[in-house]
Design a protein around this ligand. Structure first.
Ligand SMILES: Nc1nc2c(c(=O)[nH]1)N[C@H]1C(S)=C(S)[C@@H](COP(=O)(O)O)O[C@H]1N2
Ligand SMILES: [Mo]
Length: 319
């Protein structure tokens, strides 16, 4: 029914049955529902666009700005995920056997009481929504992605951070058995774990998303399964993948890329066409699949929603 291809294997009926075995509370579609959704025309589209059949239930984004989506194939075949490789097209093949289930997410630091969450429970605990967002990598490429996830603010409210918590720090899994670059010891490309951080008001902003899926389906490993951060007004490197720990801190976390090259990458990393990277301009970007470049927008087009967060700050200094 589906064409054979090199991308993430499309679900077989056996896979759908597996997912149907999740108990009834879970927001995964049950077998019957998956079948109902997969009407002939959807199946055709799925085949043509290399889309895996949907296995998440969520509220749709009506896409009022009519953003033009990148294809599933584009979004899942050109990735930055240094734990696998620095070769963007090489991530997908290396990530195919990544185990993201079972997965435990630890919430700790300055909270009333630290706790752990099973990643599977996350999709039950919080209402899932589709968010169609622009995504801009600091390297100058971009795309539009229909993420599925929930607002980080919901998780933060549940975590009950203490008053002195001013920042949120995120960590990616360390597992040299699964991540080839982590097995390279002193020759690894980056210091692991990959770390990112947000100021509390940024983390609480309604646009800030914990993504668990895209195009209606759970995240493929190359895009950060089972859960990753999406902050649409910031450069893509803030969107830390495969998160295992979220900690509340009093001082500003040192994020991986800032530690690696502090003159080139800062903590804020807000998309800004007027502040160039020391080695290249940030004025324009190439959308995956497009030939001509387009203008990069202030705060990636989310200035109305987020500019107030940075009032009075010199964005050249706080880059
Ligand atoms: N753990 C981890 N998270 C990461 C990265 C990484 O190398 N490791 N790369 C970042 C960068 S630079 C970008 S542009 C985005 C890419 O996300 P995508 O592959 O889903 O497009 O992931 C970000 N999150
Ligand atoms: Mo990036």
């Amino acid at each position: 029914m589906y064409p054979k291809s090199s991308h993430r294997p499309i679900l077989t009926e056996a896979d759908i049955t597996d997912e149907a075995l999740f108990d009834g509370r879970r927001k995964f579609l049950k077998l019957g529902a998956a079948m109902a959704v997969s009407t002939a025309s959807v199946m055709e589209l799925a085949a043509k666009e290399f889309l895996p059949p949907p296995n998440l239930e969520y509220e749709r984004d009506r896409n009022p700005q009519k953003l033009e989506l990148n294809t599933y194939e584009q979004i899942t075949s050109y990735n930055n995920f240094y734990e696998f490789t620095t070769d963007k097209k090489g991530v997908k093949p290396l990530a195919q056997n990544f185990r993201s289930d079972p997965w435990t997410l630890t919430i700790d630091g300055l909270v009333e009481k630290p706790f752990e969450l099973d990643a599977r429970d996350l999709v039950d605990t919080f209402p899932l929504e589709e968010r169609i967002y622009r995504f801009r990598c600091v390297e100058g490429w971009s795309m539009v992605v229909p993420w599925i996830g929930f607002e980080l603010s919901h998780l933060i409210k549940r975590a009950k951070p203490l008053a002195k918590a001013k920042y949120v720090r995120f960590e990616t899994l360390v597992d040299p058995k699964q991540f080839p670059d982590q097995a390279r010891g002193p020759f690894a490309t980056l210091d692991y774990p990959y770390v990112e951080g947000l100021r509390m008001d940024e983390a609480m902003h309604p646009l800030t998303l914990m993504a668990v899926g895209l195009y209606g389906h759970t995240l493929p490993p190359q895009n950060g399964a089972p859960i990753r951060l999406v902050v649409p007004w910031k450069y893509g490197f803030k969107g830390i993948k495969s998160i295992v720990r979220i900690s509340f801190t009093e001082s500003q976390p040192l994020n991986t890329w800032q530690a690696y090259a502090p003159r080139e990458y800062g903590f804020y990393a807000n998309v800004n066409p007027d502040v160039d990277h020391p080695r290249w301009s940030q004025k324009r970007e190439r959308v995956l699949g497009h030939f001509f470049k387009q203008e990069t927008l202030m705060f990636n087009g989310y200035d109305k929603e987020v500019a107030h967060l940075y009032k009075g700050m010199d964005l050249r200094k706080f880059f």
